[in-house]
Ligand binder design. Structure first.
Ligand code: PMP
Length: 384
């Protein structure tokens, strides 16, 4: 019955697209430019200590779904703190950012409604669009006229525009204020996935939605993950209180999923506290991203202009991208390698993530290794 799986696996292996799970060692001298721990908080003692204490007090798991036994006072406090930090009216915590996106999109749309989505949205939003059974129009990438056209031709259907704030592969920023204005003009709501914005973008890391002045907008809903800049695990939806109440009653990934582990809620709370106490961290992550991008561009690579911590460096082919990433790893620099079908435009890349806790020497080492290995991967687009 499963012979077809072997056939497909062989084809993927031949195309160099087989995926591999590689356990990360607990300690290593490697330089990690692949994870999403943008502020270096995943191992901060205040964060890990809070997680350990919560685990001892509340148990390792949350024991049930949020509406049964899976909510503790940590969950409620985290919802209050997240909304407060990001300037939103209310928040609801989910077990992951993925679940938050699925829950929000399926609860806010449905058959007979319209979704206008950016072409580069994250897989979890794509899946949310599919699950919702709404009529989905993909309106190019950051293409405001296309969004306006899709909204103006939707007839009488209720409409939701869906976008990432910082796009996860290229690290570019959506024109959020303009999108919100277009939505207002056409009587539509806006859902923004701020997974890569929270903790990095805007005043003190309050996120891209806050920075665009939309945190309290009655027609904007934001989703976030707790597993990137906050160094924890989990996700949340932020927005008007009536939207949050609606999600409690109807979002299936909220109702039928086991609640977030208390340790993760405590870790996220501790991370938010660090962010409030050390508001310089986000700026440092942005500075490191800009430095990586500028120096690699100077060395002849085709590099994105980072709006947050994500820096993408184009590779000439999927094979070259893979070989390049492996060569970096062999020299102790771990980078992300994105190839089709995980990239929205079929262009393979190295994906580097900046961190607030990288030193000048770390950046120096990263640039040297990526440059040396990139030359052999044929990735330099012009001679130095
Ligand atoms: N949205 C975006 C833009 C992401 O990059 C990710 C994580 N890769 C998610 C949502 C999913 O978040 P989580 O990992 O918490 O499920």
């Amino acid at each position: 019955m499963f012979d077809w799986i072997d056939t497909r696996a062989e084809a993927r292996a031949k195309a160099g697209l087989a995926r591999r799970v590689r356990p990360r060692p607990a300690t290593s001298t490697d330089l990690d430019l692949a994870g999403n721990d943008y502020l270096g908080l995943a191992r901060d003692k205040r964060v890990t200590g809070a997680a350990a204490a919560a685990s001892l007090r509340w148990g390792a798991g949350s024991t049930g779904s949020r509406l049964v036994t899976g909510s503790t006072e940590l969950h409620t406090e985290l919802e209050y703190e997240l909304a407060n930090f990001c300037g939103a009216q209310s928040a609801l915590v989910f077990s992951s950012g993925y679940a938050a996106n699925l829950g929000a999109l399926t609860a806010l749309t449905g058959p007979g409604t319209a979704i206008v989505a950016d072409q580069h949205i994250h897989a979890s939003l794509i899946d949310g669009c599919r699950l919702s059974k709404a009529d989905v129009v993909v309106a190019g990438h950051c293409d405001l006229p296309k969004v306006a056209h899709a909204l103006s031709t939707r007839g009488k259907r209720r409409a939701l525009v869906v976008t990432d704030s910082v796009f996860s592969v290229d690290g570019d920023l959506a024109p959020l204020a303009e999108l919100a204005a277009t939505c207002r003009e056409h009587d539509a709501a806006l859902v923004v996935d701020d997974a890569h914005g929270l903790g990095v973008v805007g005043e003190g890391g309050r996120g891209a939605v806050h920075a665009a002045g939309l945190a309290k907008s009655p027609d904007v809903v934001t989703t976030v993950t707790l597993s990137k800049a906050l160094g924890a695990q989990g996700g949340a939806v932020l927005g008007p209180s009536r939207v949050i109440r609606h999600l409690v009653d109807t979002a299936r990934t909220f109702i039928f999923d086991t609640g977030l582990a208390p340790s993760s809620a405590a870790a996220a709370l501790a991370a938010l506290k660090v962010l409030r106490e050390e508001p310089e961290r986000p700026a440092r992550a942005l500075e490191v991203a800009a430095e990586l991008a500028n120096r690699l561009r100077e060395n002849g690579f085709r590099v994105s202009t980072p709006a947050a911590a994500v820096v993408s460096v184009l590779a000439p082919s999927p094979e070259a991208a893979f070989g390049w990433a492996e060569a970096c790893r062999a020299q102790g620099v771990v980078v992300g390698c994105f190839r089709p079908p995980s990239v929205p435009d079929q262009i393979s890349r190295l994906r580097l993530t900046a961190r607030a806790d990288l030193t000048e020497a770390d950046v120096e080492r990263a640039v040297r290794v990526i440059t040396e290995t990139g030359a052999s991967a044929g990735a330099v687009s012009r001679p130095r």
